[in-house]
Design a protein around this ligand. Structure first.
Ligand code: FAD
Length: 402
């Protein structure tokens, strides 16, 4: 038998975990493994709101891939994927092409503006390391500019966040912490800065119980976050959002859209059949109708049979999928039956800044305040541990004091 070639696209939660599991399950004689990623580093996507607010150093959220994957065992290619030609078993990269016997497609998410006019042009998005860092630098620039201009625009210190789902709320939680720090640094009165979170739905954080949502909203409001709930955004202009039936223009110097995501645009470029921006996969995590193509994480929908709807996209889901995908690739190589994926939820925790949060854990217990914030750090640190063991945890782990 010739040695099969497994190509993994994306070194995020799904791709990196699949690669690590494959190296544990298959010897170099059994399979060649190739990992393709845009950059030479992995980043913790679940920490990007902190990078965007400037509450952590971007380097803390970034891990060199060669520090956690053995380059002697896995061929590392740092390049951008352009498209997959699945009928020819070829991946087209910006600078070359690569063939495969088995493919794992795990290129994550991109922002989805749902066609809202001007959103793509005028709003920032928390999508990756660079886009997130740009937001924190832009916010700080607004403070510096305000301080140095003779007649500064009062709106320039307003920060407008579209979407009050997980990312939007976690982001305004970090901003509530960062803004007083910036006010002190630039000697600006806190009352001049507004943090406004706009949401079309009737509530923030729809995935949590009502009492936790009430707690979270009040906690953020007490720290100066303004919510505009039930207020659909019809347009984003260079000045801000146009909101509600009366088309009110809310002006701000920083405008960030967190209201929606879809799978990587490489899915569409590859001509894959999409359902709401992602592909459907079967229970064994292969794209429906394909024998050798696994699509994981934020790029696919996996059906939750119990609740008759897809599992919500999370890092937890992506990592669990990776474990099953790696096993199933080995089974395919040895003509063994494949395993069906079943998600085991360990709960969900949302941070509201460093020392506050809300969450529900696997046994149904609800958490709020410092207990939830502590649990969030446990979750974040666990992710680092799974990727790089105790060494990485010691180097990048979250041990911020309460
Ligand atoms: P990612 O982890 O995003 O990885 C995708 C990888 O592909 C990246 O390395 C990227 O550089 C690479 N890539 C992309 N395009 C290309 C290309 N064309 N060529 C080459 N490489 C490419 N989930 C939770 O479970 N808990 C949370 O608390 C939580 N908080 C979140 C907070 C924020 C701010 C955000 C944005 C998301 C959060 N999520 C959370 C969701 C979670 O981060 C995603 O579901 C998860 O990252 C999906 O993993 P993935 O492997 O599919 O993609």
């Amino acid at each position: 038998m010739t040695k099969p070639k497994i190509v993994v696209l994306g070194a995020g939660y799904a791709g990196l975990t699949t690669t690590k599991r494959l190296t544990q399950q298959l010897s170099p004689e059994e399979a060649e493994i190739v990992l393709v990623n845009k950059h030479n580093y992995h980043y913790e996507t679940t920490w990007l709101h902190e990078v965007a607010a400037g509450t952590i150093n971007p380097n803390q959220a970034r891990v060199m891939i060669s520090d956690v994957v053995n380059p002697k065992r896995v061929r590392l290619i740092y390049d951008s994927v352009v498209k997959v030609k699945k009928d020819e078993n070829i991946v087209v990269l910006e600078n070359s092409e690569i063939s495969y016997d088995y493919l794992v497609f795990a290129l994550g998410f991109e922002s989805n503006d749902f066609g809202i006019k001007g959103m793509d042009e005028h709003a920032f998005a928390i999508e990756d390391m660079d886009s997130s860092r740009m937001i924190s630098e832009h916010i700080e620039y607004q403070f510096a500019k305000y301080k140095t201009e003779e007649n500064p625009d009062e709106n320039s210190l307003h920060i407008l966040v579209g979407g009050a789902g997980f990312t939007g709320v976690e982001f305004v939680g970090e901003l509530a912490e960062k803004v007083p720090e910036l006010c002190q640094k630039y000697d600006i009165d806190r009352s001049k800065v507004r943090i406004i979170n706009v949401e079309a739905a009737p509530s923030i954080l729809p995935m949590f119980d009502k009492d936790l949502v009430e707690y979270g909203k009040k906690s953020l409001e007490d720290r100066g976050v303004e919510f505009r709930i039930g207020a659909p955004i019809s347009e984003c202009t260079p000045e801000g959002f146009v909101v509600g039936d009366d088309k009110e223009l809310i002006k701000a110097g920083t405008v960030v859209w967190t209201g929606g995501v879809k799978g990587s645009s490489v899915l569409e470029a590859s001509g894959f059949e999409l359902t709401k921006g992602k592909v459907n996969v079967d229970a064994d995590l292969r794209m429906t109708g394909e024998n050798n193509l696994f699509v994981l994480g934020d790029c696919s929908w996996v059906w939750n049979k119990e609740e008759d709807r897809p599992y919500p996209p999370t890092a937890q889901l992506a990592m669990q999928e990776a474990n099953v995908a790696a096993k199933n690739i080995k089974s395919l190589i040895y003509n063994q039956p494949l395993e069906d994926f079943v998600f085991k939820s360990k709960g969900t925790v949302a941070s509201l800044g460093t020392t506050d949060g809300i969450g529900s854990v696997f046994d149904g217990r609800k958490l709020q305040g410092k207990a939830a914030a502590a649990m969030k750090k446990v979750v974040d640190n666990r992710s680092l541990f799974l990727i790089g063991g105790p060494k990485l945890l010691l180097k990048k782990g979250k041990v911020r004091p309460f």
